[in-house]
Write a protein that binds this ligand. Structure first.
Ligand code: FAD
Length: 291
C-alpha cells in the first residue's frame, strides 16, 4: 500500500505503477501505458513527465490500441533511453517478440488480467451516456471508490456540461458485461499468457484476498499484489520500497487465491449468448439487463 492515500485513491489498488513510473521518469526515462484519447478511446501512449503520467494511472477495462508504440519504444531503447512498458500479459509478450532481444534499459510490467472488453462496445456505451447526459464525456474512471470503497468499486464519468455520473460495478451495464465476460476479446477465454512463466519483470494485481494474509492491510482503499519475476524487477521495486507499507509473502500461498493469475476465469458461454443477439441488432443495454 502506497504510504500516500491520495496516490492510492488515484490508482486501481496500491499505487505501485505510479511509483515505479515516476522513478523511471526522474531518471530521464519514458513510460508507456494505457490512457485515453479525446474521444475516450483507450490507447497506449508514451509519456516522460509527471503531469502526463496521471492519465496512465488506473485500469481501463477496454482492449487498448497500441498504435505505433512498439516501434517508438524500439527507437527510444536504441538511443539508450530507459523505458517502462506496462500492459496486459499478451501485450508484454507481443512487445518482447517484436523487439526480438532483451534491452538492458527496458523494464516490463504486466497485470493479473481478467480479460479485455471490446473497444466497440465501450465506444457505444460512451455514446449512450453522452446522449443521456446531453454532452461529450471528458473524463472516465473505471475504478471509482467514492461510493463503496475499493472492494465494490464503480465507474465515474464527467461531461463537458459539468454533469457527472457514478455507480458501483454491479449497477453499471458496461462493468456488469465485463465482469461476466460477455464481450471480452475471444483469445481472453483461453489465455496463453497466464501462470508463472512471465516475460515481465514485475506483475501487478489487486490483492482482493489480502484479508486472508494480512488483516490490517485491508482498509478498503486499495492494496496491490506485486510479483517480482526477475532480478531487474526486484531492483526496480527496491528503488521505491520506502514509499510503501508492504510484507513479503511466499508466491505459492498467494497463488491459491489469485485465480486470474493462473486461469482464464471468464466463461465463453456468456460470450456465445451475447454476440448473436448483439449482431442481430439488439442493444447491449437490453441484452445485459435481460441475461
Ligand atoms: C483489463 C484489466 C483487467 C485486470 N484484471 C485483474 C484481475 O482480474 N485481477 C487482479 O488482481 N488485477 C487485475 N487487473 C490489474 C489491476 O486492476 C491493477 O492494474 C493493478 O492492481 C495495478 O494497480 P496499481 O494501483 O499499481 O496501478 P494503476 O495506477 O492502476 O496502473 C495500472 C497500469 O495498467 C495499465 N493499464 C490500464 N488499463 C490497461 C489496459 N486496458 N490495457 C493494458 N494496460 C492497461 C496502465 O497504463 C497502468 O500502467 C486488471 C487490469 C486491467 C487493465
Amino acid at each position: 500500500m502506497n504510504k500516500c492515500t491520495e496516490i492510492r485513491e488515484n490508482s486501481s489498488s496500491g499505487g505501485v505503477f505510479y511509483e515505479l513510473a515516476l522513478h523511471i521518469i526522474k531518471q530521464g526515462g519514458a513510460v508507456c501505458g494505457a490512457g485515453f484519447n479525446k474521444s475516450m478511446k483507450v490507447i497506449h501512449k508514451i509519456v516522460d513527465d509527471e503531469e502526463n503520467l496521471v492519465d496512465l494511472m488506473r485500469s481501463k477495462y477496454v482492449q487498448s490500441n497500441l498504435g505505433n508504440c512498439f516501434s517508438e519504444i524500439r527507437g527510444l531503447l536504441e538511443c539508450g533511453r530507459t523505458v517502462l512498458f506496462v500492459g496486459t500479459p499478451c501485450q508484454v509478450n507481443g512487445l518482447s517478440s517484436f523487439l526480438g532481444k532483451r534491452y538492458e534499459g527496458l523494464l516490463l510490467i504486466d497485470l493479473i488480467c481478467h480479460g479485455v472488453p471490446s473497444p466497440i462496445i465501450w465506444e457505444e456505451f460512451v455514446t449512450i451516456m453522452e446522449k443521456r447526459f446531453g454532452s461529450k464525456c471528458c473524463y472516465v474512471s473505471f475504478r471509482d471508490t467514492s461510493l463503496e470503497g475499493w472492494h465494490n468499486y464503480g465507474m465515474y464519468m464527467e461531461f463537458e456540461n459539468g454533469k457527472s455520473y457514478v455507480d458501483t460495478q454491479n449497477n453499471n451495464m458496461f462493468m456488469k458485461g465485463f465482469l461476466y465476460g460477455y464481450y471480452d476479446r475471444r483469445s481472453c477465454y483461453a489465455c496463453n499468457f497466464k501462470g508463472l512463466n512471465r516475460k515481465s519483470d514485475l506483475t501487478l494485481g489487486d490483492f482482493w484476498s489480502v484479508k486472508r494474509y494480512l488483516e490490517n492491510f485491508d482498509d478498503n482503499k486499495g492494496t496491490s499484489l506485486v510479483f517480482l519475476n526477475s532480478v531487474k524487477g526486484k531492483t526496480a521495486f527496491n528503488s521505491v520500497r520506502d514509499r510503501f507499507d508492504f510484507k513479503v509473502l511466499s508466491g505459492g500461498d498467494v497463488l491459491k487465491y489469485s485465480g486470474a493469475y493462473t486461469n482464464s476465469e471468464i466463461d465463453m458461454e456468456n460470450r456465445e449468448r451475447f454476440y448473436p443477439r448483439y449482431l442481430s441488432g439488439e442493444s447491449t443495454f437490453d441484452i445485459i439487463s435481460a441475461l
